[in-house]
Design a protein around this ligand. Structure first.
Ligand code: GAL
Length: 393
């Protein structure tokens, strides 16, 4: 009897100690490093520190003060329009993410650019070392106007996890010609009125020659799917689908990252590229994009250039293996350089679920290199140790 109660006491005491330990750890949960996950599981639900599937779609990541901040679209159950705003999570290991909350909420004011029900897509944040401000760009469509506004929204904050102050929206580069348009293209008298039908060979040739650039010259160029890129020299670029999603533009931002210098180029005119994601390795710029099929996946495209100003050269689809022609059922959003590791880049993409947007999952894959070019292979599960092995195949 005595032995049994001693034993019971022992169990109770151990239970008490463990509970106390858990409670104390729980109290400090904001300070401790979360260590639940040690892998990335592409396409699977990805619980945050509160066990809720991460809600940061079309996102991008900023590494700041030894922490990764993931910004993305807060998607709702039944609509892809913005009901909440731009969401943020933080992590020190890329596997375990703590919710930082909504950093740029939609507005309640009727007529506001970012009124609830507008479209806020593909948010990206960069840090300006000179102004010490965090600058957020996103694709904005005005409430009730479908995708016709084709604007970029800009917001700033002194703190990485916000709140961000919304500044304005615009169509970039009003009244300025791209660097790589010829005098003949600028002065051409061909207009939209010359075409009763779109998508004919003549129309495509006119698009190639700047039909939409001329149409939108005064009001600024259309700006939809987008990313931001900060180069080694601190210069930042806005890369966006323009000209009715037919042509990508790369536009240089001002020193404070809040406006445009007016220097910009067209990339792959008429090539129908969306979802641009870019990185730089050994002096070469690599850009992965998608084609234009809405929420449905298609084959990724790969471009390289020795200067951000081009020329940009197209290569075959970087994905290989099953479902390579559908980018493993996903669409690019960002390419993340892994902090502290050389030549380690993570391809980030979205597997959209437009019937239930909140359930969309994340396809993150390590970028491998073959003959100097990026290669993407499906993996059910992986972790950063993959970058410790040589990734030049
Ligand atoms: C996709 C685009 C998404 C979203 C969607 C709307 O092509 O990449 O960000 O705009 O179209 O249909």
């Amino acid at each position: 009897m005595k032995a049994l109660s001693n034993h019971r006491y022992h169990i109770l005491f151990t239970f008490y100690c463990v509970t106390l330990m858990l409670a104390l750890t729980g109290c400090n949960s904001k300070k401790i490093t979360l260590s639940g996950f040690q892998n990335i599981n592409p396409g699977q639900p990805w619980p945050d520190a509160d066990s809720v599937h991460i809600n940061a779609h079309g996102g991008g990541i900023l590494f700041h003060d030894n922490t990764y901040y993931w910004f993305g679209e807060y998607k709702s159950e039944h609509t892809s329009s913005a009901q909440v705003g731009v969401n943020c999570y933080s992590s020190t290991d890329l596997y375990n993410w703590k919710p930082e909350g909504v950093v740029l909420p939609v507005s309640d004011s009727v007529g506001s650019d970012i009124e609830a029900g507008c479209v806020m897509e593909r948010p990206k944040v960069i840090y300006n070392a000179k102004t010490q401000q965090f600058v957020l760009y996103f694709h904005l469509e005005l409430k009730g106007k479908g995708y016709s506004a084709a604007r970029v929204g800009i917001a700033v904050s002194d703190k990485v996890a916000g709140p961000y102050t919304y500044l304005r929206s615009l169509r970039p580069n009003a009244g300025v010609w791209p660097q790589n348009m010829t005098e003949a293209q600028k002065n051409s008298s061909v207009t939209m009125a010359d075409f009763s039908d779109w998508w004919t060979d003549d129309w495509m040739a006119a698009v190639h020659d700047g039909l939409f650039i001329r149409r939108d010259f005064e009001g600024g160029q259309m700006s939809r799917d987008m990313t931001l890129f900060v180069d080694d020299d601190g210069k930042a670029y806005h890369i966006y689908s323009s000209e009715e999603n037919l042509t990508l533009h790369i536009a240089e931002l001002s020193d404070d990252y809040l406006s445009y210098t007016g220097k910009y180029i067209r990339v792959a005119p008429g090539g129908h590229n969306e979802a641009p994601a870019i990185f730089k390795k050994d002096g070469t710029y690599f850009m992965i994009t998608s084609g234009c099929t809405g929420w449905d996946p298609n084959a990724a495209r790969l471009f390289t250039a020795e200067s951000i100003w081009g020329p940009w050269q197209q290569h075959p689809n970087p994905c290989v293996g099953d479902n390579a022609d559908l980018t493993f059922h996903s669409q690019s959003t960002y390419i993340l350089p892994v902090a502290g590791k050389d030549d380690a880049f993570v391809f980030m993409a979205d597997r959209w679920t437009p019937k239930k947007p909140i359930e969309a999952s994340y396809i993150w894959l390590p970028i491998q290199f073959e003959n100097g070019l990026p290669v993407l292979k499906w993996m059910d599960q992986w972790n950063l140790s993959i970058f410790d092995e040589s990734n030049e195949l």
